[in-house]
Design a protein around this ligand. Structure first.
Ligand code: FAD
Length: 399
């Protein structure tokens, strides 16, 4: 079977768009397709991206479009309400300009799509609706407003999000679990400048993160709560919600002077097992939909993109859909995936027990971790996406 393209990317969300921008300079025929038009309008959420992700975006040539709209996270404090222990992380401890940056999700997706288009890849408006395997290529049916077309590809990349149709069509069983939590998102203004300080604060009211925003004292609040509580709070007038959030968080970031646009998002976790099939592999949310408590979702997705782009660049001129390439992708990604599946599984529950012995033990743990500089630096490097071997794209050099 001849092929129409080497790589078909199903899904032009942030992960699929990043992969398109990464593959565009390589000698590959790439098709990008999405079931829905590119989103317009304001950002739905703020994404915290580690320094490792910023380097990948730099390598893709996308960072210049984002830099003026991104807020640097220079320091992070991990604390628990009602306990004195604190773990402080600062970019200078790892010799970096920032731990990461906070960027709007739609701004990021639009910048990635614009870069892919600049390099010659525009998304088609069609959904992957059927697959037929073949020895040398997969026949993929794309369904759009003009009907169905069949595209034969050597490699099909599932970048089609949490409920990946591609993974289902490829027969990849999916671990899926509805989580007991929702997150309440809101914009927050405090009476004290953040100076690039982000907070991860645990407590009986549920884990809360404050991500610094573009204004000197603006934050995004990301508050993990049981569904009903999150929905009830999101339905309150913002002026009534602000003191409740303040009471749960305490005064570490100053006084909450205004809170806006509260909304709750239900959470589930899911991933395909395994993450590859015949001439198919998954990236981004299609490969890992995780609890956002560690702010890792898209960071993991960008590392999928960097790994895959590196493997495809090395395999230039050969069939990109071989079992060997798919196995190399799985091997390269599995430990990173496993680490963050585990961490996002236990972290929301770790601080649940408010009994004094637990509170004291956790407080001591945070204080001790603060003093264990090598352990802390190792943790920081993982969270920033700098652990393990870094390929050219991860070093900001591409192609
Ligand atoms: C509350 C919250 C906070 C978060 N905070 C952070 C954070 O701080 N840092 C971080 O790194 N991550 C964070 N994340 C995770 C991050 O938002 C996701 O990892 C990221 O948006 C996933 O992008 P994606 O491109 O993989 O998937 P999606 O954005 O879901 O894109 C999938 C695309 O596939 C298309 N599609 C679907 N079906 C088909 C089909 N059959 N054919 C073709 N196309 C199809 C869809 O239209 C869509 O455009 C957060 C998530 C949540 C919920």
């Amino acid at each position: 079977m001849n092929a129409d393209c080497e790589v078909l990317i199903a899904g032009a969300g942030p992960a699929g768009a990043a992969l398109a921008a990464a593959l565009a300079p390589l000698a590959l025929r790439v098709v990008l397709t999405d079931a829905a038009p590119a989103p317009e309008g304001a950002d739905r959420r703020a994404l915290a991206l580690g320094l490792g992700s910023q380097r990948i975006l730099q390598g893709l040539g996308v960072w210049p479009a984002l830099a003026d709209h991104a807020t640097a996270i220079r320091r992070l404090e991990v604390t628990e309400r009602g306990a004195p222990g604190v773990t402080r992380m600062a970019a200078r401890e790892v010799g970096a300009p920032a731990l990461g940056w906070v960027v709007g999700d739609r701004l990021l997706q639009r910048a990635l799509l614009a870069r892919a288009a600049e390099l010659g890849i525009e998304p088609r408006a069609a959904a992957v609706s059927a697959l037929a395997p073949g020895d040398e290529a997969l026949a993929v049916t794309l369904s759009g407003a003009d009907g169905d077309t069949v595209v034969r590809t050597r490699l099909l990349v599932a970048a089609d999000g949490s409920e990946s149709t591609v993974c289902r069509l490829a027969g990849l069983p999916r671990h899926h679990q509805e989580l007991p939590d929702s997150v309440l998102l809101a914009r927050l203004a405090c009476d004290r400048p953040h100076a690039g300080l982000a907070h991860e604060r645990f407590g009986a009211g549920g884990p809360m993160a404050l991500l610094p925003g573009p204004g000197a004292a603006d934050y995004t609040l990301v508050w993990t709560l049981p569904h009903e509580r999150a929905e009830d709070l999101a339905a309150l007038p913002a002026r009534l919600l602000a003191p409740i959030a303040q009471d749960a968080f305490g005064w570490r970031a100053g006084r909450f002077v205004a809170l806006a646009e509260p909304r709750s998002v239900r959470l589930a976790e899911s991933w395909p097992v395994p993450a590859t099939g015949e001439r198919v592999l998954a990236i981004g949310n299609a490969a890992n939909t995780l609890h956002p408590i560690a702010a890792q979702g898209f960071n993991l997705g960008l590392r999928d993109v960097a790994t895959l782009a590196g493997l495809l660049a090395e395999a230039a001129g050969t069939d990109p859909g071989t079992d060997a390439l798919l196995a190399a992708y799985r091997r390269a990604r599995e430990s990173d995936w496993r680490r963050f599946r585990t961490i996002t599984g236990w972290l929301p529950r770790l601080f649940e027990n408010p009994a004094p012995p637990w509170l004291l033990a956790r407080s001591a743990g945070l204080a001790v971790l603060d003093l264990l500089a090598p352990v802390k630096r190792r943790l920081m490097r993982h969270a920033m996406g700098l652990a393990g071997p870094q390929n050219r794209l991860q070093r900001g050099l591409w192609p």
